[in-house]
Design a protein. Structure first.
Length: 246
């Protein structure tokens, strides 16, 4: 498989992921939408469905959609990221670049779909919350720990499921994301994906959003570093745990 195919697969898959995932947050958080104030449970299920759709779109590349997943596979010692895609520097950079760009594009289209509601939403924090995660209680070490744990569960689960998407694989990953959200998502909003948070945060900073306020760059490194650490740890542990599929 060419790296161009990998790039497009991850680009479109991650764009669908963020379009639908950030979209459900917009539907819940922004003033006047049909889903306004529908609650956190709707958000978690929306993100699960977003993952389900994104995985199918990106099936050719193995549907990583997440730099933490790519890093976990790399550290786990996999020979291929997907059938025909060797694990090397060029392929790793291709995955990372496509995931970040896809996340930005998905967030831009989400904003376009909800633009009128962004215009009437009075609270800047609600507008940022549509794009990026933020802590319920701001505490750098504990917020970092939460993201590490949540991402470890995600990547370890994916490695346990084994291989690239097939059969019930996409559904299993989607349900795992819902489970992480309802169980571990409260403290930080569960980014568990550096591209999912950084890409839309960049979009928030660049887009002409009325009264948008700060993009909270002081917090932005936590949903990047935490998931990368969690994904790396999952790759290490999965390499030595016999229940994980080869």
């Amino acid at each position: 498989m060419s790296l161009g195919t990998v790039f497009l697969s991850e680009l479109f898959g991650t764009a669908i992921l963020t379009l639908l995932g950030c979209g459900v947050v917009a539907n819940v958080a922004l003033k006047g939408t049909k889903g306004n104030n529908a609650g956190f449970l709707m958000v978690t299920w929306g993100w699960g469905i977003a993952v389900f759709a994104g995985v199918f779109v990106a099936v050719k590349s193995g549907a990583h959609l997440n730099p933490a997943v790519t890093l976990g596979l790399l550290i786990n010692g996999k020979a291929e990221y997907a059938p025909g895609v060797a694990v090397d520097f060029a392929s790793t950079v291709t995955y990372f670049g496509a995931q970040l760009l896809g996340a930005i594009l998905g967030a831009v289209f989400m904003w376009a779909a909800h633009k009128q509601h962004f215009d009437v939403e009075p609270e800047p924090v609600n507008k940022l919350g549509v794009f990026a995660t933020g802590p319920a209680i701001r505490s750098t070490p504990w917020n970092l720990v939460t993201e590490i744990i949540g991402t470890f569960v995600l990547v370890f689960g994916i490695l346990t499921f084994g291989g690239t998407p097939s059969g019930l694989g996409p559904l299993a990953v989607a349900l795992l994301v819902v489970g992480i959200g309802v169980s571990l998502g409260g403290p930080t909003g569960y980014a568990i994906n550096p591209a999912r948070d950084l890409g839309p945060r960049i979009a928030h900073a660049l887009l002409p959003i009325k009264g948008k306020g700060s993009s909270d760059w002081g917090y932005s490194w936590i949903p990047v570093v935490g998931p990368l650490v969690g994904g790396a740890l999952a790759g290490v542990v999965a390499a030595v745990v016999p229940i994980v599929a080869p």
